[in-house]
Design a protein around this ligand. Structure first.
Ligand SMILES: [Zn+2]
Length: 726
């Protein structure tokens, strides 16, 4: 295995504008500390700084081609440090800032800046980090960037991390982009966001393809110097609206060694999802190559204070439990006043990973439930249901005022698109949370994973609101059910093609048991309900019990062979008003389809759960998954929902990762509350032994009626239960 295919623990120690501080340090002691105290095996060393006022054009190493960061004098930071890092088994990558450049530098190179449709440079309207501009991947700057990569690799390092480039929102209309676009599409770039114009969608593609072209050529440039060199960039995460910055992991993935993305914790009222790092990790792992979750070891934007210890450890545990690698940045000024507080949590968790390295090497997910992350839907979904854009307000009451919205329908494209982007992101989050909290092992798969071969290993496929699917993807879904698989979907799944063009007929409707759709209910964030009827899917509820209604609901009519275990109640339309009885429209449509089963929600249930965390929505999702699974579950666990359970396989043995996210009920979490006396149950043939990885001690395991029962006395923050045959 190549070093980057093995478990990697990365860090960057950041000196900001005072890189010369490194000159005062004993470099051997510094490298030894990285290995023996931080327990890392890969380090990013600043090659070009990401500091004000945009000094990405200066280097920290000696090269005849680029100016040096002045305060370093004749000190070559990279070449001086490299032998010490090597001595302690640390692979060194250069951090090259590829998105933040000073105005002076841009003015010396006319035609390199990213330009908006009105001809003005992006960085003049939106100074980067308050001061500086940004350059274009299609402009002659690209050759400058490739030269920089070559020069960095000549220092003897193992590769480069490219921080950027980013194609910023509304960019780029520079002369090089205009020319390249005309060559590709025979027409000028559309001047404004217009989702009715196919050329606008070409522009979305063009921007992402330009990023992939850049990375491809960057990789070639690097390989001219070192054929074994490693390169990667910020591939982008799962949040809705990623198309605005031209990020598509599926496009850049082929040209990089790692898929990585930022997941920086920020304290504040926009409460982070508890599974903040796990949601990023599984999305990245879905890219099918080594993944890295970038978590600053900083208290949000207070960079010189480390993350609270529990959050720091969770950032690592959540990522590795999902099969990704951890990365953190520590800011050197934090080491002046909080060295031990900074190091302690990383020493502990990274030390554990280092000591048990074998158990994190060449493992694979053992999940057979798949959650689709549809990048086409994230990019092109723009619902044609006008009711999607009616303002329902927040539904909140304060000071005797209830916010029930203006009731007006938004007509602005940009606002409409943002509403759909938010829905896609929240839907991913909603299903992710529901499955994790129910301890149902699952993988995230990307659109490219919707094919017969890749789907073979799954028993249940959750599509969420996969609105924009290609004909091939539709065929894969249909084939999956033909082969005995079960599918869950919601709302407008399959209504649009892969570019967001509405289909004349939805080819998945019959599969889902939907005869027709009569439009939508008015969206509402208050006082609307669903009634559950007796069925396995709704077994969490009593017969006739009410459930809060998701905001966005279609009026779907079921086919005759479908069952409808829940009904949408007739709109009440007004808080503190009496219920109006049933609506006749189902809230769940379930079907037996050959050996498989389908469950269709005519509403945005994932989005509703992602936003509101309302537990009834979670119960409805998990009830549906369990019914669709139609066999003993691959794992069950009696722990609280805040215990994240990930099931991985390594040859013959199973690894049950247990991440205890249970804390003091607010973020940042300052205390872990241990979970005691957990029982894990798995279907099992033959005899088994189990032990925990923290101290390698045996765990009581007994087999009864084809089921293995393991008792885990306590889980502190992180544990792995190893189950081996015999
Ligand atoms: Zn451009």
């Amino acid at each position: 295995m190549k070093w980057w295919e093995r478990p990697v623990r990365m860090m960057r120690q950041d000196y900001i504008t005072d890189l010369q501080r490194v000159k005062e340090v004993d470099l051997d002691a510094l490298a030894r500390r990285k290995r023996e105290e931080w327990h890392i095996n890969c380090e990013w060393v600043i090659g070009t700084p990401g500091v004000a006022p945009g000094l990405g054009w200066q280097t920290t190493f000696d090269t005849p081609k680029f100016p040096k960061f002045e305060a370093l004098g004749d000190f070559d930071l990279v070449r001086s440090y490299l032998p010490h890092a090597r001595k302690y088994g640390i692979h060194v990558l250069a951090y090259l800032n590829m998105h933040w450049f000073s105005y002076d530098f841009a003015e010396a190179h006319p035609g390199w800046e990213q330009v908006r449709a009105d001809g003005s440079a992006y960085g003049r309207h939106y100074p980067l980090y308050g001061n500086g501009t940004t350059l274009c991947v299609n402009s002659p700057w690209r050759d400058w960037a490739f030269d920089m990569i070559r020069e960095a690799i000549k220092t003897g390092i193992d590769g480069c991390f490219l921080d950027g480039p980013v194609i910023y929102p509304g960019c780029c209309y520079c002369p090089a982009c205009r020319e390249k676009f005309r060559q590709c599409y025979g027409q000028p770039i559309p001047e404004a966001e217009d989702w009715n114009n196919p050329l606008w969608k070409d522009f979305i593609d063009f921007r992402e393809n330009s990023m992939a072209d850049f990375l491809r050529d960057a990789q070639s440039a690097m390989r001219e110097i070192d054929p074994q060199g490693v390169v990667f960039l910020n591939a982008g995460s799962w949040h809705g609206g990623g198309w605005r910055v031209a990020r598509d992991m599926e496009k850049v993935g082929p040209y990089q060694n790692f898929n990585g993305a930022e997941a920086f914790f920020h304290p504040g009222p926009d409460d982070h999802a508890l599974l903040f790092w796990a949601t990023a990790a599984k999305h990245l792992v879905a890219g099918g190559k080594p993944a890295v979750v970038f978590s600053h070891h900083a208290l949000g934007s207070y960079h010189y204070i480390p993350l609270p210890p529990v959050e720091a450890a969770l950032s690592v545990a959540q990522a590795v439990a999902c099969g990704a690698n951890p990365w953190f940045a520590i800011f050197d000024y934090a080491m002046d006043h909080s060295a031990e507080k900074s190091i302690a949590p990383m020493r502990r968790i990274n030390g554990f990973l280092e000591a048990r390295d074998e158990y994190f090497t060449r493992t694979e997910s053992a999940a057979d439930i798949a959650l689709l992350y549809s990048s086409n839907s994230n990019k092109y979904y723009l619902s044609e249901q006008a009711e999607m854009y009616r303002d329902p307000g927040t539904g909140r009451e304060q000071d005797l005022i209830a916010d029930t919205g203006t009731g007006e329908i938004q007509i602005n494209w940009s606002v409409r698109k943002s509403i759909c982007d938010a829905v896609q992101g929240n839907a991913y989050l909603g299903y992710f949370n529901a499955l994790t909290r129910a301890h149902l092992p699952f993988d995230v798969i990307l659109g490219s994973g919707l094919n017969a071969e890749d789907l073979k290993r799954y028993r249940v496929l959750i599509l969420g609101n996969a609105s924009c699917l290609s004909d091939d993807q539709i065929a894969a879904v249909l084939g999956f059910v033909d082969a005995g698989g079960s599918v869950m979907a919601e709302f407008e799944t399959g209504e649009y093609d892969e570019r967001g063009q509405k289909r004349m007929e939805n080819p998945l409707r019959a599969l889902f048991g939907v005869r027709s759709v009569d439009g939508m209910f008015a969206p509402a964030t208050a006082e609307e309900y669903i009634r559950a009827d007796a069925h396995d899917i709704t077994s969490a509820f009593g017969d006739g019990e009410w459930i809060p209604r998701p905001v966005f609901v279609l009026k779907a009519r079921p086919m005759q062979d479908a069952t409808t275990p829940a009904e949408v109640l007739a709109p009440i339309g007004q808080v503190y008003t009496a219920p109006q009885g049933g609506s006749g429209y189902p809230a769940v449509i379930a079907r037996q389809a050959g050996q498989g089963r389908t469950v269709y929600f005519p509403h945005l249930l994932g989005d509703f759960l992602g936003r509101s965390k309302i537990h009834q929505a979670e119960d409805l999702i998990t009830g549906a998954v369990e019914w669709a699974y139609n066999a003993p579950l691959p794992l069950s666990c009696d722990a609280p929902p805040s215990l994240q359970v990930e099931l991985r396989r390594q040859g013959d043995r199973l690894l049950v990762h247990l991440v205890n996210n249970t804390g003091d009920m607010q973020r940042p979490i300052t205390q872990t509350i241990p979970i005691r006396d957990i029982t894990l149950r798995l279907p099992w043939q033959g005899i088994a032994r189990a032990y925990r990885l923290s101290d390698m001690s045996g765990l009581p395991a007994r087999i009864e009626a084809g089921s293995l029962e393991i008792s885990v006395p306590v889980v502190e923050l992180y544990e792995v239960v190893v189950i081996a045959k015999g």
